[in-house]
Design a protein around this ligand. Structure first.
Ligand code: KG4
Ligand code: ZN
Length: 360
Protein backbone atom coordinates (compact mmCIF):
# COMPACT_ATOMS: atom_id res chain seq x y z
CA UNK A 1 0.00 0.00 0.00
CA UNK A 2 1.21 3.52 -0.79
CA UNK A 3 1.98 5.73 2.15
CA UNK A 4 -1.16 7.04 3.80
CA UNK A 5 -1.72 10.79 3.60
CA UNK A 6 -5.13 12.06 4.60
CA UNK A 7 -6.94 15.38 4.28
CA UNK A 8 -9.45 15.37 7.14
CA UNK A 9 -12.47 17.67 7.47
CA UNK A 10 -14.60 18.34 10.56
CA UNK A 11 -17.69 20.57 10.61
CA UNK A 12 -20.07 18.82 13.03
CA UNK A 13 -20.77 21.76 15.34
CA UNK A 14 -19.27 25.25 15.52
CA UNK A 15 -15.66 24.65 14.50
CA UNK A 16 -14.63 24.58 10.85
CA UNK A 17 -11.54 22.39 10.76
CA UNK A 18 -9.17 20.73 8.32
CA UNK A 19 -5.96 18.78 8.90
CA UNK A 20 -3.41 16.80 6.96
CA UNK A 21 -2.34 13.53 8.55
CA UNK A 22 0.71 11.52 7.49
CA UNK A 23 2.05 8.13 8.46
CA UNK A 24 5.01 7.91 10.82
CA UNK A 25 6.09 4.57 12.21
CA UNK A 26 2.58 3.12 12.20
CA UNK A 27 0.95 6.16 13.77
CA UNK A 28 -1.02 9.09 12.38
CA UNK A 29 1.22 12.14 12.29
CA UNK A 30 -0.13 15.70 12.38
CA UNK A 31 1.27 17.61 9.38
CA UNK A 32 -1.17 20.49 9.82
CA UNK A 33 -4.21 21.18 11.99
CA UNK A 34 -6.28 24.29 11.26
CA UNK A 35 -9.35 25.21 13.29
CA UNK A 36 -11.59 28.22 12.81
CA UNK A 37 -13.83 28.62 15.83
CA UNK A 38 -17.18 30.35 15.56
CA UNK A 39 -17.37 31.01 19.32
CA UNK A 40 -17.31 34.80 18.87
CA UNK A 41 -20.23 34.62 16.45
CA UNK A 42 -22.39 32.40 18.69
CA UNK A 43 -21.45 34.09 22.00
CA UNK A 44 -23.75 37.01 21.20
CA UNK A 45 -26.71 34.59 21.10
CA UNK A 46 -25.68 32.69 24.27
CA UNK A 47 -25.20 29.38 22.43
CA UNK A 48 -24.72 27.78 19.03
CA UNK A 49 -27.35 28.81 16.46
CA UNK A 50 -27.44 25.93 13.93
CA UNK A 51 -28.39 28.00 10.88
CA UNK A 52 -25.68 30.58 11.62
CA UNK A 53 -23.13 27.78 12.14
CA UNK A 54 -23.95 26.20 8.78
CA UNK A 55 -23.52 29.50 6.95
CA UNK A 56 -20.19 30.19 8.65
CA UNK A 57 -18.94 26.70 7.66
CA UNK A 58 -19.81 27.42 4.02
CA UNK A 59 -17.75 30.62 4.12
CA UNK A 60 -14.78 29.09 5.96
CA UNK A 61 -14.41 25.56 4.65
CA UNK A 62 -12.42 26.17 1.45
CA UNK A 63 -9.98 28.73 2.94
CA UNK A 64 -9.39 26.39 5.91
CA UNK A 65 -8.71 23.39 3.64
CA UNK A 66 -6.37 25.51 1.50
CA UNK A 67 -4.50 26.62 4.63
CA UNK A 68 -4.22 23.04 5.95
CA UNK A 69 -2.78 21.80 2.64
CA UNK A 70 -0.39 24.76 2.41
CA UNK A 71 0.92 24.32 5.94
CA UNK A 72 1.48 20.61 5.30
CA UNK A 73 3.21 21.49 1.97
CA UNK A 74 0.85 19.04 0.33
CA UNK A 75 -0.89 19.12 -3.06
CA UNK A 76 -4.24 17.39 -3.56
CA UNK A 77 -2.64 14.81 -5.88
CA UNK A 78 -0.32 13.69 -3.05
CA UNK A 79 -3.24 12.57 -0.88
CA UNK A 80 -4.17 8.90 -0.52
CA UNK A 81 -7.52 9.53 1.24
CA UNK A 82 -10.02 12.14 2.37
CA UNK A 83 -11.74 11.80 5.76
CA UNK A 84 -14.84 13.58 6.95
CA UNK A 85 -17.10 13.60 10.00
CA UNK A 86 -20.51 12.29 8.89
CA UNK A 87 -22.18 12.51 12.34
CA UNK A 88 -23.35 12.94 15.00
CA UNK A 89 -23.79 16.70 15.06
CA UNK A 90 -25.85 19.52 13.60
CA UNK A 91 -27.22 18.45 10.23
CA UNK A 92 -26.69 21.81 8.49
CA UNK A 93 -23.08 21.88 9.69
CA UNK A 94 -22.30 18.23 8.88
CA UNK A 95 -23.62 18.58 5.34
CA UNK A 96 -21.08 21.29 4.53
CA UNK A 97 -18.12 19.04 5.40
CA UNK A 98 -19.60 15.93 3.81
CA UNK A 99 -20.52 17.61 0.53
CA UNK A 100 -17.13 19.33 0.35
CA UNK A 101 -15.36 15.98 0.80
CA UNK A 102 -17.58 14.34 -1.80
CA UNK A 103 -16.96 17.21 -4.22
CA UNK A 104 -13.17 16.93 -3.87
CA UNK A 105 -13.46 13.16 -4.25
CA UNK A 106 -15.57 13.46 -7.41
CA UNK A 107 -13.06 15.86 -8.95
CA UNK A 108 -9.90 13.93 -7.99
CA UNK A 109 -10.92 10.28 -7.54
CA UNK A 110 -9.49 10.24 -3.97
CA UNK A 111 -11.63 7.94 -1.77
CA UNK A 112 -13.50 9.34 1.26
CA UNK A 113 -13.40 7.67 4.68
CA UNK A 114 -16.54 8.60 6.68
CA UNK A 115 -15.80 9.04 10.40
CA UNK A 116 -18.04 9.17 13.44
CA UNK A 117 -17.21 12.31 15.45
CA UNK A 118 -17.04 10.33 18.72
CA UNK A 119 -14.45 7.96 17.26
CA UNK A 120 -12.43 11.03 16.40
CA UNK A 121 -12.36 12.14 20.05
CA UNK A 122 -11.11 8.69 21.07
CA UNK A 123 -8.41 8.61 18.38
CA UNK A 124 -7.12 12.07 19.37
CA UNK A 125 -5.06 10.03 21.83
CA UNK A 126 -3.20 8.20 19.05
CA UNK A 127 -1.97 11.32 17.25
CA UNK A 128 1.73 11.92 16.87
CA UNK A 129 3.11 15.42 16.50
CA UNK A 130 6.37 15.82 14.55
CA UNK A 131 9.38 15.63 16.82
CA UNK A 132 7.54 13.82 19.63
CA UNK A 133 7.52 10.21 20.65
CA UNK A 134 4.06 8.69 20.64
CA UNK A 135 3.23 6.39 23.46
CA UNK A 136 -0.10 4.93 22.41
CA UNK A 137 -2.73 3.66 24.84
CA UNK A 138 -2.86 -0.14 25.12
CA UNK A 139 -6.08 -2.10 24.74
CA UNK A 140 -8.48 -2.65 26.34
CA UNK A 141 -9.15 1.06 26.86
CA UNK A 142 -11.78 2.88 28.87
CA UNK A 143 -12.57 6.22 27.20
CA UNK A 144 -14.38 9.08 28.89
CA UNK A 145 -15.76 11.51 26.34
CA UNK A 146 -17.04 14.72 27.89
CA UNK A 147 -18.07 17.48 25.49
CA UNK A 148 -20.83 19.99 24.84
CA UNK A 149 -22.94 17.31 23.18
CA UNK A 150 -21.82 14.05 24.84
CA UNK A 151 -20.98 12.40 28.12
CA UNK A 152 -20.00 8.81 27.42
CA UNK A 153 -17.97 6.05 28.98
CA UNK A 154 -16.81 3.77 26.18
CA UNK A 155 -15.05 0.43 26.53
CA UNK A 156 -12.73 -0.01 23.55
CA UNK A 157 -11.70 -3.65 23.38
CA UNK A 158 -9.55 -3.23 20.30
CA UNK A 159 -9.19 -0.88 17.33
CA UNK A 160 -12.67 0.18 16.09
CA UNK A 161 -14.45 -2.09 18.60
CA UNK A 162 -16.61 0.04 20.92
CA UNK A 163 -19.10 -0.66 23.69
CA UNK A 164 -20.92 2.27 25.31
CA UNK A 165 -21.07 1.44 29.02
CA UNK A 166 -22.30 4.75 30.44
CA UNK A 167 -24.15 7.75 29.04
CA UNK A 168 -26.15 10.76 30.11
CA UNK A 169 -29.92 10.62 30.52
CA UNK A 170 -30.28 14.36 29.91
CA UNK A 171 -27.67 17.14 29.61
CA UNK A 172 -24.07 16.54 28.58
CA UNK A 173 -21.32 17.66 30.99
CA UNK A 174 -20.30 20.60 28.78
CA UNK A 175 -23.94 21.55 28.29
CA UNK A 176 -24.30 21.63 32.10
CA UNK A 177 -21.37 24.09 32.28
CA UNK A 178 -22.91 26.19 29.50
CA UNK A 179 -26.37 26.28 31.14
CA UNK A 180 -24.92 27.01 34.59
CA UNK A 181 -22.99 29.94 33.13
CA UNK A 182 -26.13 31.26 31.47
CA UNK A 183 -28.00 31.04 34.79
CA UNK A 184 -25.28 33.17 36.41
CA UNK A 185 -25.39 35.71 33.56
CA UNK A 186 -22.00 34.60 32.19
CA UNK A 187 -21.14 34.33 28.47
CA UNK A 188 -21.02 31.23 26.24
CA UNK A 189 -19.18 28.86 26.36
CA UNK A 190 -19.57 28.35 30.10
CA UNK A 191 -16.81 25.82 30.82
CA UNK A 192 -13.73 28.04 30.54
CA UNK A 193 -15.24 30.98 32.46
CA UNK A 194 -16.67 28.80 35.25
CA UNK A 195 -13.32 27.06 35.76
CA UNK A 196 -11.58 30.46 35.88
CA UNK A 197 -14.02 31.82 38.49
CA UNK A 198 -13.85 28.55 40.44
CA UNK A 199 -10.13 29.06 41.11
CA UNK A 200 -10.98 31.94 43.47
CA UNK A 201 -14.14 30.37 44.92
CA UNK A 202 -15.03 28.50 48.07
CA UNK A 203 -16.28 25.09 46.96
CA UNK A 204 -17.71 24.31 50.40
CA UNK A 205 -20.21 27.21 50.40
CA UNK A 206 -22.89 25.37 48.40
CA UNK A 207 -23.66 21.66 48.50
CA UNK A 208 -24.88 20.36 45.18
CA UNK A 209 -26.04 16.76 44.59
CA UNK A 210 -23.70 14.11 43.18
CA UNK A 211 -26.22 12.10 41.18
CA UNK A 212 -26.06 8.31 41.42
CA UNK A 213 -28.51 6.56 39.08
CA UNK A 214 -28.04 3.15 40.72
CA UNK A 215 -31.53 1.74 41.43
CA UNK A 216 -32.41 1.16 45.10
CA UNK A 217 -31.95 -2.37 46.49
CA UNK A 218 -35.06 -4.49 45.99
CA UNK A 219 -36.30 -7.75 47.59
CA UNK A 220 -36.10 -10.82 45.40
CA UNK A 221 -38.66 -13.66 45.37
CA UNK A 222 -37.11 -15.24 48.46
CA UNK A 223 -37.43 -11.95 50.29
CA UNK A 224 -33.69 -11.13 50.32
CA UNK A 225 -32.45 -7.63 49.54
CA UNK A 226 -30.59 -7.55 46.22
CA UNK A 227 -28.23 -4.68 45.44
CA UNK A 228 -28.20 -3.76 41.75
CA UNK A 229 -24.86 -3.11 40.03
CA UNK A 230 -23.66 0.49 40.48
CA UNK A 231 -24.89 2.61 37.55
CA UNK A 232 -22.41 4.08 35.07
CA UNK A 233 -24.96 6.54 33.65
CA UNK A 234 -25.00 10.30 34.21
CA UNK A 235 -27.62 12.98 34.81
CA UNK A 236 -26.78 16.66 35.11
CA UNK A 237 -30.21 18.30 34.91
CA UNK A 238 -30.79 18.07 38.68
CA UNK A 239 -27.47 19.79 39.33
CA UNK A 240 -28.41 22.56 36.91
CA UNK A 241 -31.78 23.01 38.68
CA UNK A 242 -30.04 23.09 42.08
CA UNK A 243 -27.70 25.81 40.85
CA UNK A 244 -30.55 27.85 39.35
CA UNK A 245 -32.37 27.54 42.72
CA UNK A 246 -29.32 28.98 44.54
CA UNK A 247 -28.99 31.80 42.02
CA UNK A 248 -32.65 32.76 42.49
CA UNK A 249 -32.31 32.62 46.29
CA UNK A 250 -29.29 34.94 46.27
CA UNK A 251 -31.06 37.37 43.92
CA UNK A 252 -34.17 37.44 46.15
CA UNK A 253 -31.97 38.10 49.20
CA UNK A 254 -29.42 40.52 47.74
CA UNK A 255 -30.90 41.76 44.46
CA UNK A 256 -27.95 40.45 42.39
CA UNK A 257 -25.04 37.99 42.26
CA UNK A 258 -21.78 39.46 43.55
CA UNK A 259 -18.43 38.44 42.04
CA UNK A 260 -17.82 36.36 45.19
CA UNK A 261 -21.19 34.59 44.74
CA UNK A 262 -20.25 33.71 41.16
CA UNK A 263 -16.85 32.41 42.26
CA UNK A 264 -18.32 30.26 45.05
CA UNK A 265 -21.15 28.94 42.87
CA UNK A 266 -18.63 28.10 40.13
CA UNK A 267 -16.29 26.31 42.55
CA UNK A 268 -19.09 24.22 44.10
CA UNK A 269 -20.57 23.46 40.68
CA UNK A 270 -17.26 22.46 39.12
CA UNK A 271 -16.37 20.25 42.09
CA UNK A 272 -19.73 18.47 41.79
CA UNK A 273 -19.37 17.81 38.05
CA UNK A 274 -15.84 16.49 38.53
CA UNK A 275 -16.86 14.28 41.47
CA UNK A 276 -19.85 12.91 39.53
CA UNK A 277 -17.77 12.12 36.47
CA UNK A 278 -15.05 10.56 38.63
CA UNK A 279 -17.55 8.42 40.57
CA UNK A 280 -18.74 6.68 37.40
CA UNK A 281 -15.31 6.52 35.80
CA UNK A 282 -13.84 4.72 38.81
CA UNK A 283 -16.80 2.33 38.86
CA UNK A 284 -16.25 1.53 35.18
CA UNK A 285 -12.52 0.98 35.80
CA UNK A 286 -13.29 -1.51 38.57
CA UNK A 287 -15.82 -3.32 36.38
CA UNK A 288 -13.92 -3.43 33.06
CA UNK A 289 -10.28 -3.47 34.29
CA UNK A 290 -8.86 -1.61 31.27
CA UNK A 291 -5.10 -1.26 30.64
CA UNK A 292 -5.45 2.41 29.68
CA UNK A 293 -7.83 5.25 30.37
CA UNK A 294 -8.30 8.11 27.93
CA UNK A 295 -9.99 11.42 28.56
CA UNK A 296 -11.26 13.50 25.66
CA UNK A 297 -13.82 16.08 24.51
CA UNK A 298 -13.99 19.82 25.20
CA UNK A 299 -14.60 19.40 28.95
CA UNK A 300 -11.28 17.52 29.15
CA UNK A 301 -9.80 21.03 28.95
CA UNK A 302 -10.97 21.47 32.55
CA UNK A 303 -7.88 21.57 34.75
CA UNK A 304 -9.54 20.18 37.87
CA UNK A 305 -11.03 17.24 35.93
CA UNK A 306 -7.69 16.49 34.26
CA UNK A 307 -5.69 16.60 37.47
CA UNK A 308 -8.10 14.67 39.67
CA UNK A 309 -8.94 11.95 37.17
CA UNK A 310 -5.26 11.48 36.31
CA UNK A 311 -4.48 10.98 39.98
CA UNK A 312 -7.44 8.80 40.91
CA UNK A 313 -7.21 6.57 37.83
CA UNK A 314 -3.42 6.15 38.18
CA UNK A 315 -4.02 5.09 41.78
CA UNK A 316 -6.02 2.17 40.32
CA UNK A 317 -2.91 1.11 38.38
CA UNK A 318 -4.29 2.18 34.99
CA UNK A 319 -2.29 4.26 32.48
CA UNK A 320 -3.86 7.65 31.76
CA UNK A 321 -3.85 9.51 28.44
CA UNK A 322 -5.12 13.05 27.93
CA UNK A 323 -4.61 14.75 24.56
CA UNK A 324 -3.09 18.25 24.30
CA UNK A 325 -5.75 20.91 24.69
CA UNK A 326 -5.80 21.56 20.93
CA UNK A 327 -6.83 17.97 20.33
CA UNK A 328 -9.41 17.83 23.17
CA UNK A 329 -11.78 20.36 21.62
CA UNK A 330 -13.18 19.75 18.15
CA UNK A 331 -10.52 19.49 15.44
CA UNK A 332 -9.92 17.64 12.19
CA UNK A 333 -6.63 15.96 13.16
CA UNK A 334 -8.55 13.56 15.41
CA UNK A 335 -10.87 12.72 12.48
CA UNK A 336 -7.80 11.97 10.36
CA UNK A 337 -6.40 9.79 13.17
CA UNK A 338 -9.58 7.69 13.27
CA UNK A 339 -9.53 7.43 9.46
CA UNK A 340 -5.89 6.30 9.60
CA UNK A 341 -6.87 3.24 11.66
CA UNK A 342 -9.90 2.49 9.46
CA UNK A 343 -7.52 2.44 6.49
CA UNK A 344 -4.94 0.29 8.32
CA UNK A 345 -7.61 -2.17 9.45
CA UNK A 346 -9.13 -2.15 5.97
CA UNK A 347 -12.54 -1.12 7.31
CA UNK A 348 -13.73 1.76 5.18
CA UNK A 349 -17.48 2.22 5.22
CA UNK A 350 -19.44 3.55 2.27
CA UNK A 351 -21.90 6.34 2.91
CA UNK A 352 -24.15 8.70 1.01
CA UNK A 353 -25.03 11.43 3.45
CA UNK A 354 -24.50 13.09 6.80
CA UNK A 355 -26.27 11.51 9.77
CA UNK A 356 -26.96 13.88 12.68
CA UNK A 357 -27.86 10.94 14.98
CA UNK A 358 -25.00 8.59 14.01
CA UNK A 359 -24.15 6.06 16.73
CA UNK A 360 -20.82 4.49 17.50
O1 KG4 B 1 -15.71 18.97 22.30
P1 KG4 B 1 -16.20 20.36 22.19
O2 KG4 B 1 -15.24 21.41 21.68
O3 KG4 B 1 -17.47 20.45 21.29
C1 KG4 B 1 -18.45 19.46 21.28
O4 KG4 B 1 -18.29 18.45 20.54
O5 KG4 B 1 -19.41 19.65 22.06
O6 KG4 B 1 -16.73 20.78 23.65
C2 KG4 B 1 -17.27 22.06 23.95
C3 KG4 B 1 -17.70 22.07 25.41
C4 KG4 B 1 -18.51 23.30 25.82
O7 KG4 B 1 -19.69 22.90 26.46
C5 KG4 B 1 -17.58 24.04 26.80
O8 KG4 B 1 -18.28 24.76 27.81
C6 KG4 B 1 -16.80 22.90 27.38
O9 KG4 B 1 -16.57 22.01 26.29
N1 KG4 B 1 -15.51 23.34 27.95
C7 KG4 B 1 -15.20 23.25 29.25
C8 KG4 B 1 -13.91 23.85 29.40
N2 KG4 B 1 -13.49 24.27 28.17
C9 KG4 B 1 -14.48 23.95 27.29
N3 KG4 B 1 -15.88 22.75 30.28
C10 KG4 B 1 -15.30 22.81 31.49
N4 KG4 B 1 -14.10 23.38 31.73
C11 KG4 B 1 -13.36 23.90 30.73
N5 KG4 B 1 -12.17 24.45 30.97
ZN1 ZN C 1 -16.70 17.10 19.86
Amino acid sequence: MNKVKILAIETSCDETAAAVIGDEGGFPQVLSNIVSSQIDIHAQYGGVVPEVAARAHIEDILPIITEALKEAKTELNQLSHLAVTFGPGLIGSLVVGVETAKGISAATGIPVVPINHLEGHIYANFLKEPGTEVQAPSFPILALLVSGGHTLLIYVKNHLDYLIVGQTWDDAAGEAFDKAAKAMGLPYPGGPIISKLAQKGNEARFKFPIVDLTPSPARNEEGFLEHPEPSLDFSFSGLKTALIGQVKKIIVENGRLSEKDKQDLSASFEKTVVDTVAQNTLRAIKKYQPKSFILSGGVAANQRLREQLQKWVKDEGVEVFVPDLDFCTDNAAMIGAAAYFHIKENKIATFDSANPNARL
